[in-house]
Design a protein around this ligand. Structure first.
Ligand code: HEC
Length: 139
Protein backbone atom coordinates (compact mmCIF):
# COMPACT_ATOMS: atom_id res chain seq x y z
CA UNK A 1 0.00 0.00 0.00
CA UNK A 2 2.80 2.34 0.98
CA UNK A 3 4.59 1.55 -2.26
CA UNK A 4 1.42 2.21 -4.24
CA UNK A 5 1.03 5.66 -2.67
CA UNK A 6 4.66 6.38 -3.43
CA UNK A 7 3.92 5.96 -7.12
CA UNK A 8 0.32 7.17 -7.21
CA UNK A 9 0.70 10.46 -5.36
CA UNK A 10 3.41 12.00 -7.51
CA UNK A 11 1.54 10.78 -10.58
CA UNK A 12 -1.64 12.44 -9.37
CA UNK A 13 0.29 15.63 -8.70
CA UNK A 14 1.67 15.62 -12.26
CA UNK A 15 -1.78 15.04 -13.78
CA UNK A 16 -3.38 17.79 -11.68
CA UNK A 17 -0.55 20.16 -12.43
CA UNK A 18 -0.87 19.68 -16.18
CA UNK A 19 -4.64 20.27 -16.04
CA UNK A 20 -4.04 23.46 -14.11
CA UNK A 21 -1.45 24.54 -16.70
CA UNK A 22 -3.91 24.03 -19.55
CA UNK A 23 -6.61 25.99 -17.74
CA UNK A 24 -4.22 28.84 -16.99
CA UNK A 25 -3.06 29.18 -20.57
CA UNK A 26 -6.61 29.60 -21.86
CA UNK A 27 -7.93 31.74 -19.02
CA UNK A 28 -6.73 33.19 -15.74
CA UNK A 29 -7.71 31.65 -12.42
CA UNK A 30 -10.41 34.08 -11.28
CA UNK A 31 -11.09 36.71 -13.96
CA UNK A 32 -13.32 35.95 -16.97
CA UNK A 33 -11.07 37.19 -19.81
CA UNK A 34 -10.00 34.36 -22.11
CA UNK A 35 -6.47 34.43 -23.54
CA UNK A 36 -8.12 34.14 -26.94
CA UNK A 37 -10.11 37.34 -26.27
CA UNK A 38 -7.04 39.13 -24.95
CA UNK A 39 -5.21 38.21 -28.15
CA UNK A 40 -8.05 38.90 -30.59
CA UNK A 41 -9.38 42.05 -28.91
CA UNK A 42 -6.30 43.79 -27.57
CA UNK A 43 -2.97 42.29 -28.63
CA UNK A 44 -3.57 41.48 -32.30
CA UNK A 45 -5.34 44.72 -33.41
CA UNK A 46 -2.84 46.98 -31.64
CA UNK A 47 0.13 44.99 -32.94
CA UNK A 48 -1.21 45.09 -36.50
CA UNK A 49 -1.97 48.84 -36.44
CA UNK A 50 1.34 49.66 -34.77
CA UNK A 51 3.29 47.71 -37.39
CA UNK A 52 1.38 49.37 -40.22
CA UNK A 53 1.70 52.82 -38.65
CA UNK A 54 5.48 52.55 -38.32
CA UNK A 55 6.07 51.57 -41.95
CA UNK A 56 6.69 55.24 -42.65
CA UNK A 57 7.14 58.17 -40.28
CA UNK A 58 3.78 59.31 -38.85
CA UNK A 59 2.51 62.54 -40.45
CA UNK A 60 1.63 64.63 -37.41
CA UNK A 61 1.40 64.72 -33.61
CA UNK A 62 -1.99 63.10 -33.69
CA UNK A 63 -0.64 60.13 -35.63
CA UNK A 64 2.32 59.79 -33.23
CA UNK A 65 -0.05 59.92 -30.25
CA UNK A 66 -2.24 57.20 -31.78
CA UNK A 67 0.83 54.94 -32.13
CA UNK A 68 1.89 55.70 -28.55
CA UNK A 69 -1.54 54.49 -27.38
CA UNK A 70 -1.09 51.20 -29.23
CA UNK A 71 2.41 50.61 -27.85
CA UNK A 72 1.23 51.42 -24.30
CA UNK A 73 -1.73 49.01 -24.63
CA UNK A 74 0.57 46.22 -25.84
CA UNK A 75 2.80 46.93 -22.86
CA UNK A 76 -0.19 46.71 -20.54
CA UNK A 77 -1.26 43.45 -22.17
CA UNK A 78 2.06 41.95 -21.07
CA UNK A 79 1.10 42.57 -17.43
CA UNK A 80 -2.29 40.92 -17.99
CA UNK A 81 -0.49 37.89 -19.47
CA UNK A 82 1.44 37.47 -16.20
CA UNK A 83 -1.54 38.15 -13.90
CA UNK A 84 -4.25 35.93 -12.40
CA UNK A 85 -2.19 32.74 -12.49
CA UNK A 86 -2.15 32.64 -16.28
CA UNK A 87 1.58 32.04 -16.71
CA UNK A 88 2.34 28.29 -16.90
CA UNK A 89 6.13 28.27 -17.37
CA UNK A 90 9.39 29.98 -18.20
CA UNK A 91 8.76 30.15 -21.95
CA UNK A 92 5.58 32.14 -21.30
CA UNK A 93 7.33 34.37 -18.77
CA UNK A 94 10.31 34.96 -21.09
CA UNK A 95 8.15 35.84 -24.10
CA UNK A 96 6.06 38.15 -21.95
CA UNK A 97 9.21 39.87 -20.71
CA UNK A 98 10.29 40.42 -24.32
CA UNK A 99 6.86 41.87 -25.13
CA UNK A 100 7.03 44.11 -22.08
CA UNK A 101 10.55 45.42 -22.60
CA UNK A 102 10.36 45.86 -26.37
CA UNK A 103 6.96 47.60 -26.27
CA UNK A 104 8.45 49.94 -23.67
CA UNK A 105 11.33 50.74 -26.06
CA UNK A 106 8.83 51.21 -28.92
CA UNK A 107 6.92 53.67 -26.75
CA UNK A 108 10.06 55.61 -25.80
CA UNK A 109 11.14 55.81 -29.47
CA UNK A 110 7.67 57.04 -30.41
CA UNK A 111 7.85 59.68 -27.69
CA UNK A 112 11.20 60.74 -29.20
CA UNK A 113 9.57 60.69 -32.68
CA UNK A 114 12.18 58.19 -33.86
CA UNK A 115 10.24 56.13 -36.42
CA UNK A 116 13.22 53.99 -37.46
CA UNK A 117 14.12 53.18 -33.87
CA UNK A 118 10.51 52.37 -33.08
CA UNK A 119 10.30 50.06 -36.07
CA UNK A 120 13.44 48.19 -34.96
CA UNK A 121 12.04 47.69 -31.46
CA UNK A 122 8.71 46.63 -32.96
CA UNK A 123 10.43 43.90 -34.99
CA UNK A 124 12.15 42.65 -31.84
CA UNK A 125 8.82 42.74 -29.99
CA UNK A 126 7.10 40.45 -32.49
CA UNK A 127 9.61 37.70 -31.63
CA UNK A 128 7.67 37.41 -28.37
CA UNK A 129 4.46 36.48 -30.23
CA UNK A 130 6.21 33.72 -32.16
CA UNK A 131 8.11 32.38 -29.13
CA UNK A 132 5.02 32.04 -26.96
CA UNK A 133 2.77 30.73 -29.73
CA UNK A 134 5.29 28.04 -30.69
CA UNK A 135 5.04 26.59 -27.20
CA UNK A 136 1.52 27.42 -26.08
CA UNK A 137 -0.85 28.14 -28.96
CA UNK A 138 -2.43 24.89 -30.06
CA UNK A 139 -2.99 24.50 -33.78
C1 HEC B 1 2.96 34.72 -23.39
C2 HEC B 1 2.28 34.07 -24.46
C3 HEC B 1 1.78 34.84 -25.66
C4 HEC B 1 2.32 35.97 -26.24
C5 HEC B 1 3.54 36.77 -25.81
C6 HEC B 1 1.49 36.27 -27.36
N1 HEC B 1 0.48 35.36 -27.48
FE1 HEC B 1 -0.99 35.35 -28.90
N2 HEC B 1 -1.76 33.66 -28.09
C7 HEC B 1 -1.28 33.00 -26.97
C8 HEC B 1 -2.10 31.83 -26.71
C9 HEC B 1 -1.92 30.86 -25.54
C10 HEC B 1 -3.08 31.79 -27.70
C11 HEC B 1 -4.19 30.73 -27.86
C12 HEC B 1 -5.36 31.09 -27.00
C13 HEC B 1 -6.48 30.06 -27.08
O1 HEC B 1 -6.88 29.71 -28.21
O2 HEC B 1 -6.97 29.67 -26.02
C14 HEC B 1 -2.85 32.97 -28.56
C15 HEC B 1 -3.63 33.29 -29.65
C16 HEC B 1 -3.41 34.38 -30.48
C17 HEC B 1 -4.24 34.71 -31.62
C18 HEC B 1 -5.47 33.94 -32.08
C19 HEC B 1 -6.68 34.49 -31.37
C20 HEC B 1 -7.96 33.76 -31.74
O3 HEC B 1 -9.00 34.43 -31.86
O4 HEC B 1 -7.94 32.53 -31.89
C21 HEC B 1 -3.71 35.85 -32.19
C22 HEC B 1 -4.22 36.59 -33.40
C23 HEC B 1 -2.55 36.22 -31.40
N3 HEC B 1 -2.41 35.30 -30.37
C24 HEC B 1 -1.74 37.30 -31.67
C25 HEC B 1 -0.60 37.64 -30.91
C26 HEC B 1 0.33 38.69 -31.26
C27 HEC B 1 0.22 39.61 -32.46
C28 HEC B 1 1.29 38.70 -30.29
C29 HEC B 1 2.50 39.60 -30.15
C30 HEC B 1 2.33 41.01 -30.15
C31 HEC B 1 0.96 37.64 -29.35
N4 HEC B 1 -0.18 37.01 -29.77
C32 HEC B 1 1.71 37.34 -28.23
C33 HEC B 1 -0.20 33.37 -26.21
C34 HEC B 1 0.63 34.46 -26.45
Amino acid sequence: MKKFLFVALPLLAVVMFSFAAIAQVKKGKTRPLLTKQLMGGLVQPNCKDLGAGLKKAPADDKAWAALATKAALLNEASYILMADGRCPDGVWAGATKTLQECSDVVLKKIEAKDAEGAQGAFQAMTKACAACHKAHKKK
